[in-house]
Write a protein that binds this ligand. Structure first.
Ligand code: EPZ
Length: 423
């Protein structure tokens, strides 16, 4: 059981600059891609977070040579993969472990892995991945504890996603690059992390077209490893950047978010401006300044370029501080509004309409409390709530937060937050 926790004293304004790290959800796809190459690859701007450490452990357990990170840079791959078997004790701890199954299947013709786990929302189905592999000629066996995927010969296919899925799009891309012939993925996800992954693979010898649109075409090498040898710079984490803008808005403070890509932040910036926020941006920064009192807004989470589900919880916290009613509609995940009960205990006035919709009546004062992070994004939302609240809060189960945010307390302290890690 996780013992460390954050102690937060709320009610303080913040100011200054805060730096965004490399994107967790990009790094977690680039690392497994490294086994597809004949030569080692380099990665820079790697976020030093728990999920990245877990992925590196999985790679090492497969015999992949991983150099110790030098700051945020790392070299890996170009070595032979030992076994097509993901270590279950590690893979069960985070959902993105399944991404590694794609390239492993492509190389080793067989892969065994446990049902991927993680936080409360991490244990979601993997049926779409399985359908995708089946369409390329794979056979699937499963029992209580694991799945085994086998394909003597992987053949490119036409695959239509029944439901848009980010990691399934990426994982199937990572399988198809070594398959025989052409794969066409339709109704594919369009997140910036996907175009970035394709760019990186193409730079290292892959042939992928259309990534970032809903149709992705991949010409497979027919089993031959990709060349590799090049270095990849992880794109800035757009979720972290969005969290910080929301924090600035919630505390009515002036905050400059630096080392981010404003192009990836259009949905959140548009939403904040619609509520009255005063936002300026440049090439790689966005600044929020105290403006008029924020008004309530309705938000529906969607696939990119819509409003991202990962900012839903922080945004709901913000809406407790806005004037009027806000309807929050979570359409991407089940169970991603459960944290709301804790917000209510902190003083928020929220009507739960159904498992996917809540109505926030603002503004309300929040009061410090002891709260436990159910997943990393709700965990970060609790940090924001605690910083807005009067009095002291304890945020528990912070492994969930460390999974995706690098030393968040140190970066928040620098802009004036009263937050400490204990235990
Ligand atoms: C990615 O998850 C991100 N994770 C998530 O970030 C993010 O919230 C999500 O995309 C949506 O943007 C990573 O990139 C590692 P999905 P992913 O498959 O790909 C259902 C964070 O906090 N589904 O697009 O796993 C699924 O249950 C994380 O950083 C199936 O039914 O999400 C969900 O309802 C959390 N069957 C919907 O699709 C499947 O086989 C979309 O999920 C696969 C998914």
């Amino acid at each position: 059981m996780e013992m460390a926790e954050f102690l937060i004293r709320g009610g303080k304004k913040i100011k200054g600059e805060i730096e965004v790290r490399g994107a967790k959800n990009s790094a977690l796809k680039i690392l497994p891609a490294s086994i597809l190459f004949a030569n080692p690859i380099g990665i820079t701007n790697l976020p030093l977070i728990e999920d990245v450490f877990r992925m590196l452990e999985l790679l090492k357990a497969l015999g992949i040579r991983v150099e110790k990170p030098n700051g945020r840079s790392l070299k890996l791959g170009g070595s032979e993969v030992k076994i097509g078997h993901l270590r279950s004790d590690i893979a069960e701890r985070f959902r993105a472990s399944i991404v590694l199954a794609g390239p492993l299947l492509a190389i080793g013709k067989t892969v065994t892995f446990p049902h991927p786990g993680g936080c409360v929302i991490g244990k979601r189905p993997i049926d779409i991945f399985l359908d995708g592999w089946r369409s390329m000629g794979a056979k699937i066996r499963s029992n209580k504890s694991s799945y085994t995927i086998e394909a003597k010969r992987l053949v490119g296919s036409q695959f239509i996603f029944r439901k848009v899925s980010v990691t399934a799009t990426e994982t199937l891309m990572l399988t198809a690059v070594l398959a025989h012939g052409k794969t066409v993925l339709k109704n594919a996800a369009m997140e910036p992390e996907i175009s970035s992954l394709a760019k990186f693979l193409n730079k290292n010898g892959a042939k992928i077209k259309g990534a970032g649109t809903s149709t992705v075409e991949i010409i497979g090498t027919g089993g031959k490893l990709l060349r590799g040898g090049k270095t990849f710079q992880v794109i800035p984490d757009r979720i972290e950047a969005g969290d910080f803008l929301i924090l600035g808005a919630a505390l009515k403070s002036r905050l400059r978010v630096i080392k981010c890509n404003p192009e990836h932040l259009e949905a959140i910036i548009t939403m904040l401006r619609a509520g009255g926020a005063n936002i300026k941006s440049g090439h790689d920064w966005v600044e929020i300044r105290p403006g008029r009192a924020l008004s309530g807004l309705d938000v529906t989470t969607r696939e990119y370029p819509g409003f991202v589900t990962d900012l839903q919880a922080p945004f709901t916290v913000l809406m407790t501080q806005a004037m009027g009613d806000s309807m929050i509609f979570e359409t991407v995940f089940d169970g991603r509004l459960n944290y709301v009960e804790d917000l209510v205990r902190m003083g928020a006035n929220v009507t739960i309409l159904d498992p996917h919709r809540v109505l926030v009546h603002g503004p309300t004062k929040l009061h410090g409390r002891e709260i436990e992070s159910p997943d990393l994004r709700a965990g970060l939302a609790f940090i924001i709530a605690a910083m807005v609240a009067e009095g002291n809060s304890v945020v528990k189960n912070i492994y969930q937060i460390d999974r995706g945010y690098e030393k968040i307390e140190e970066r928040l302290q620098k802009i004036g937050a009263d937050i400490r890690r204990v235990g």
